[in-house]
Ligand binder design. Structure first.
Ligand code: ADP
Ligand code: ADP
Length: 227
C-alpha cells in the first residue's frame, strides 16, 4: 500500500505542484490520478519513486517512510512506464526487456528467456525480439515498455500516460490487455492520465486532482459515472 500523508512539492521557483495531498493507493489495485494539465499528477507519481523528493509531508510504502529508503533500493520494487516508452534505441527489444534483471544480477540467458515470455504476455509476437525500437510501431513500443517495467517483477508499477501517444484503436487494445494482465498479476498500480474515460475504465479507484495540486475527489468509477 502507498500512502501520501500531507505530501507536498514546491519547486525551487515557488510553484506549488502538490499541496498537502492525502491519498491511499491500496495493494493489488489500480489507483488512477486524473485531472487537467498542470494539476500535479506527474509530480505526485515521481515522488513515489523519489525521482522527485517531497518538500513537505511524507509518503509511506507498506508503512515505511520512503524518504528513509535509498532511491536505488526503492526503485528495485517499483516499475515505471512513461508515454513514449523510453526504450534504449541501440538495444534490441529482448535486451531492452532483459536489461534491468541483468543489471540486478540475473544470468543473461535466464533473463532473455524470461523476456521472451514477457513479450508474449504483453501481446507481442516473439519475432519482434531481435528488432530495434524504431522498427516497431508506437503501440508496440508501449507494450515493450510495459514488459520492461514488469521484467524485474516489481510489486508496484507507476504509469504516466502510458497509452496516450497512440491512436484510439490501439489505445483501447492496450487498455484491455493491461486490464487482463493486471487481473493475473495483481500489482499495486498508480496510473496517471488526463483522460477521465480512461480513468473510469481502468481505475479501481480514481483520485481527481485540481490545479494547485489538491485532491478534489476520491471516487470509484461507478461514483464518477453517476455524477
Ligand atoms: P501534470 O502531470 O498534472 O500535468 P505536473 O506535476 O507536471 O502536472 O506539474 C504540476 C505543476 O508544477 C505545473 O504548474 C508545472 O508547471 C509545475 N512544474 C513541473 N515541473 C516543474 C519544475 N521542474 N519546476 C517548476 N515548476 C514545475
Ligand atoms: P500499429 O497499428 O500497431 O500502431 P503501425 O501501423 O505503426 O502499427 O505499424 C504496422 C506494422 O509495421 C507493425 O507490424 C510494425 O512492426 C511495422 N513497422 C512500423 N514501423 C516500422 C519500421 N520503421 N520498420 C519496420 N517495420 C515497421
Amino acid at each position: 500500500m502507498i500512502r501520501f500523508e500531507a505530501a507536498s512539492k514546491t519547486y525551487p521557483d515557488g510553484t506549488i505542484a502538490v499541496d498537502a495531498l492525502d491519498l491511499v493507493a491500496p495493494s493489488g489495485q489500480i489507483t488512477v490520478l486524473v485531472g487537467p494539465s498542470g494539476c500535479g499528477k506527474t509530480t505526485s507519481l515521481r515522488m513515489i519513486n523519489r525521482m522527485i523528493d517531497a518538500t513537505g509531508g511524507r509518503i509511506l510504502l507498506d508503512d515505511q517512510d520512503i524518504g528513509k529508503v535509498e532511491p536505488a533500493e526503492l526503485r528495485r520494487g517499483i516499475g515505471y512506464v512513461i508515454q513514449h516508452a523510453g526504450l534504449f534505441p541501440h538495444r534490441t527489444i529482448i535486451d531492452n526487456i532483459a536489461s534491468v534483471p541483468i543489471m540486478l544480477g540475473r544470468k543473461k540467458k535466464q533473463a532473455r528467456a524470461d523476456a521472451m515470455e514477457l513479450l508474449e504476455r504483453v501481446g507481442l509476437d516473439q519475432k519482434f525480439a531481435h528488432r530495434y525500437p524504431v522498427q516497431l510501431s508506437g503501440g508496440q513500443q508501449q507494450r515493450v515498455g510495459v514488459a520492461r517495467a514488469l521484467a524485474a517483477d516489481p510489486p508496484v508499477m507507476l504509469m504516466d500516460e502510458p497509452f496516450s501517444a497512440v491512436d484510439p484503436v490501439v489505445r483501447e487494445q492496450l487498455q484491455d490487455e493491461f486490464l487482463r494482465l493486471q487481473g493475473e498479476l495483481g500489482k499495486t498500480i498508480v496510473f496517471v492520465t488526463h483522460d477521465i474515460d480512461e480513468a473510469i475504465k481502468l481505475g479501481d479507484q480514481v483520485a481527481v486532482l485540481r490545479v494547485g495540486g489538491r485532491l478534489a475527489q476520491m471516487a470509484t468509477p461507478a461514483e464518477l459515472l453517476s455524477n
